[in-house]
Design a protein around this ligand. Structure first.
Ligand code: ADP
Ligand code: MG
Ligand code: MG
Length: 906
């Protein structure tokens, strides 16, 4: 039997299922599932993603079996609908819809009303007795088809405003203006007939080809266009941002058309089973009478709320579906309940009503912002729709981040100048300078500017700029518009449908309620309330601790994880913040930052520039009480929790004076000549300081530095212990490459620690460990472990040294690598599990062979990045350590890693 490339659905039975997303794409799999659930879905079929892959593999040719399979399925649709594709009496029209595995809003193209030709038009008019509808459908087909199939898929890239779609829209606007119509639906049959002829002429003239008047040409043209669009610019750019692999391919769905534009007894809409902006458990949606397909999403008319509950001050005068078509609303309501219960997740659905009959056209897991994701997960677990484990898995760690994002300070907001109101599509607050194009947004952001992207409406061409902007503001569109959908997915502040904005793209300014805002002016958005203000208002930091659902979810997560979470903190202040976020200790306390403070740097310089040990000791003696004070502050904040303190690490030259004036002053203080000091200063120059005289190499050559630091740590610990504050110091030796380095530093540390404790008459359990950040340390872990009580992976330096990649210079080429797919990801952001990770694995295995249960953690930037956290869990680390604000994300990612259940400490 020939391979199956086409999966049928219709009349209550489908070849596919929801779990066949990889093969059928999300849309196709869910159309099949809905069909099997007995939900009314127009019949159709799905061409698999395999065909897309084969198409690109075989030089853009389809497998030979495809044609027959498509024709057979089309026959079945015709039988069910009792219509004939291309027929002159009762013609069948179809939609050709793309559908990738994971939804890519607006990325891929859909063509509606395929099959309308000069042959089928009269038949459809006779059948429906509704010429207005037929010509409305035809002008839509002309617009979509010429744009998607004849222009975009053909690789034509017209200049801004010269694209075919734009030209046709312009032609339509012209007719509307001449006739004084406000809306598309005001166009009469005669207008539409003329318009369609005009459209065809413009298409021929612009694209040099006539619009195809054969139903099969249209069908295969549209199918081909969906496959072409997979490699289109917009799709490629969206995939890059969302990290969707190219190999996945897209499926194509061909489906019998149902019409929401046959008159006032017809409608179309988009809805969510719960409110996607707040998470509240109420059915929420928008609809338009006498409309088709994209009308609601495209923001052509302001849509009506689907029910009374969804009305706001701005929409209370509009008729809801609940009021206008109560019976159908009830049916829709029951279906959306059924879908949510079946999928056990919030669904984003599309429906169309044709002459009083309801049809479902799509269901998928709805995008939501962090706030809503948390609320839904917790409420669904509490109502036992899902387990607590699933609730934890449902929320993306980055979504927690949104709760940690700022909001507009209400005090400042009261006094602010309100420019306009819009729909609150993405909560949170944002400030930025106004820009009007996606390219500007990207360019300005690259230069470090904060921008707000202001558009009439957004389209998939804008995603790169939307991504770069702090927030998005549109004049048109509803809560389900493209802008709202995309912003919500990213948890970005966003206001849509802000109709008071009169945007003048040419003058680059906005007229709004009597004021003018120009490009580059600051504005502030309150995305939670949908308010736009002039100027730059103060933002308040986020306050997750008052969000009870968040706290509850975090509590669940903490019971599920096995990985500890610590923080990187150098000051008592950071330590306190991190503790309030749930840090279970400090994984990295850097001591060099303390050296930079104004009152200390002189003593540090004195120490470095002294020719003799005595001079160094003298300077160090001045530093000792200061360092001790630092440690007392941090230990006190972290009482009862372990604190890993790293001894001095950076290249000494970082501390050196830069100007002659500084050198002169220092020479005076030290009682040496300026020339001698300058010569010494120059002699400390290094060619490659990152691989130079730093880390434990300092301790080995200048033991008095580490001696002072150990003494300060232990004196601080003793003092607090006497005050009954529990202190758990862990002393960490950096940049060890050879076991002898560590052995020497360990014995230095132990002897000073013992001496200090004896002097203070206190006994404290302390440990001595090392940072693992050189490949040699990983490879010789079996030796190193004999001298270490713990390991902490310094994955920043380890990445530099394993890759031979200087982080400070990588900016020149790494972005290119990532953009061009040479590297999937920047290894400084997410651990390179194959390379750097292999060294880590080796170090863990060999280290624990020598010392069973040897404690190990990570303190590089990666410790707060969810994928890296998962990797750390899988190789059996004991904890991760990250910056204070990442602590909740790390806790959560650790729980998810444990739930996914691979690896973990044995
Ligand atoms: P997207 O992936 O952008 O949501 P869709 O394939 O869902 O694209 O289609 C775009 C619009 O056309 C949607 O509003 C959808 O409901 C509508 N649509 C698609 N197929 C049909 C059909 N067979 N009959 C009526 N409307 C349809
Ligand atoms: Mg679309
Ligand atoms: Mg859709």
């Amino acid at each position: 039997m020939a391979k199956k490339y086409v999966y049928f659905f219709g009349e209550g039975k489908a070849d596919g299922r929801a779990d066949m997303k990889n093969l059928l794409g999300g849309k196709g799999a869910n159309l099949a599932e809905m069909t099997n659930l007995g939900i009314p879905v127009p019949p159709g079929f799905t061409i698999t993603t395999e065909v897309c892959t084969l198409y690109y593999k075989n030089n853009r040719k389809y497998p030979p079996e495809l044609k027959k399979q498509v024709e057979n399925s089309l026959d079945r649709v015709e039988k069910i609908m009792k219509k004939e594709f291309g027929g002159s009496d009762n013609p069948l029209l179809v939609s050709v819809r793309s559908g990738a595995r994971s939804s890519m809003p607006g990325m891929m193209e859909t063509v509606l009303n395929v099959g309308l030709t000069t042959k089928t038009i009269p038949g459809l008019i006779k059948k429906t007795n509704n010429p207005r509808f037929v010509y409305d459908a035809y002008r839509r087909l002309l617009m979509m088809y010429s744009d998607v199939v004849m222009e975009k898929a053909a690789g034509i890239e017209p200049e801004d405003g010269l694209g075919i779609r734009h030209k046709l829209e312009h032609a339509m606007e012209k007719v509307k203006k001449e006739k004084g119509y406000a809306n598309d639906i005001d166009l009469s049959v005669e207008d539409l007939v003329k318009l369609c002829d005009a459209f065809k002429a413009v298409i021929k003239e612009t694209l040099g080809k006539a619009f195809p008047d054969n139903h099969y040409d249209q069908l295969w043209g549209a199918i081909g266009a969906v496959f072409q669009s997979w490699m289109g610019k917009r799709a490629v750019s969206y995939r890059r941002i969302e990290k969707i692999p190219e190999e996945w391919g897209t499926a194509v769905n061909v489906q019998s058309m149902v019409f929401g534009n046959t008159g006032d007894n017809s409608a179309t809409g988009v809805a969510f089973t719960r409110n996607p902006a707040t998470g509240e458990n109420v059915f929420f949606g928008e609809w338009l009478p006498n409309a088709q397909g994209e009308d609601v999403v495209a923001g052509i008319r302001t849509p009506n709320p689907v029910n009374k509950a969804g009305k706001t001050a701005d929409t209370k005068h509009l008729s809801s579906l609940e009021e206008a078509m109560p019976k159908l609303y009830k049916q829709l309501f029951a279906i959306q309940r059924k879908l949510e219960n079946h999928y056990r997740d919030m669904q984003d659905i599309e429906f169309t009503i044709e002459d009083g009959r309801l049809w479902m056209l799509q269901t998928r897991v709805g995008k939501r912002n962090g706030q809503a994701a948390i609320r839904m997960a917790v409420e669904m677990a509490k109502s036992r729709l899902i387990t607590r484990e699933l609730a934890v898995l449902r929320v993306k760690p980055e979504q927690l981040d949104e709760l940690l994002h700022p909001s507009v300070d209400p005090a400042g907001e009261k006094k602010a100048v309100e420019l306009a109101k819009g729909l609150p599509a993405g909560p949170g607050g944002a400030v930025g300078k106004v820009v009007f194009t996606a390219d500007d947004a990207e360019a300005w952001a690259k230069k470090g500017q904060k921008v707000v992207l202001v558009r009439n409406e957004t389209s998939p061409e804008d995603v790169h700029g939307m991504h770069a902007a702090e927030a998005i503001l549109t004049a048109k569109g509803g809560m389900t518009s493209h802008a709202a959908l995309v912003a919500r997915g990213w948890g970005k502040c966003c206001i849509v449908g802000c109709s008071a904005l009169d945007i003048n793209l040419r003058a680059k300014e906005i007229r709004v309620n009597g004021s003018t805002v120009k490009e580059g002016d600051w504005i502030t958005l309150n995305g939670t309330k949908g308010r736009v203000y002039a100027g730059k208002l103060p933002l308040l930091p986020a306050d997750p601790e008052h969000n009870l659902r968040y706290k509850e979810l975090m509590k669940w997560a903490d019971t599920m994880r096995t990985l500890g979470v610590r923080t990187n903190a150098d000051t008592p202040n950071d330590a306190r913040t991190a503790r309030s976020f749930g840090a279970e200790g400090i994984g990295l306390c850097r001591t060099e930052h303390m050296f930079f403070e104004a009152d200390r740097i002189k003593s540090v310089r004195e120490m470095i520039l002294s020719e003799e040990v005595d001079g160094r000791r003298k300077a160090l003696a001045k530093l000792l009480p200061m360092q001790k004070g630092d440690f007392i502050g941090i230990f006190r904040e972290m009482k009862g929790l372990p604190v890993t303190i790293r001894l001095l690490d950076p290249p000494l030259h970082e501390f050196l004076p830069h100007t002659d004036d500084e050198l002169k002053e220092l020479a005076r203080d030290m009682g040496v000549s300026f020339e001698a000091l300058k010569a010494k200063n120059q002699s400390l120059h290094e060619f490659n300081p990152m691989l130079g005289h730093r880390g434990c190499r300092l301790g080995v050559t200048y033991p008095e530095i580490y001696e002072m630091q150990v003494q300060a740590i232990m004196e601080a610990a003793c003092e607090l212990t006497k005050q009954r504050v529990k202190v758990i110091p862990e002393i960490m030796i950096p940049l060890v490459g050879h076991v002898n380095e560590l052995a020497k530093m360990r014995s230095l540390t132990v002897s000073i620690a013992e001496e200090t404790m004896k002097k203070c008459k206190v006994k404290i359990a302390y440990t001595v460990g090392t940072m693992i950040e050189l490949p040699r340390a990983c490879v010789t872990s079996a030796q190193i472990a004999t001298q270490a009580d713990f390991y902490s992976f310094g994955t920043n330096d380890l990445t530099q040294t394993v890759y031979g990649l200087s982080r400070d210079d990588a900016g020149r080429f790494l972005p290119f690598y990532v953009e061009n797919g040479i590297l999937k990801e920047d290894p400084f952001i997410s651990i390179d599990t194959e390379g750097v990770g292999a060294f880590m694995r080796l170090a863990v295995e060999h280290g624990r062979k020598v010392k069973k249960g040897l404690k190990m953690g990570i303190c590089g930037e990666h410790g707060g990045e969810p994928k890296s956290v998962e990797f750390c869990h899988s190789i059996g680390l004991d904890y991760v350590s990250c910056s204070p604000y990442r602590v909740p994300i790390a806790r959560f990612a650790a729980a998810q890693a444990a739930l996914k259940g691979k690896g973990g400490k044995k």
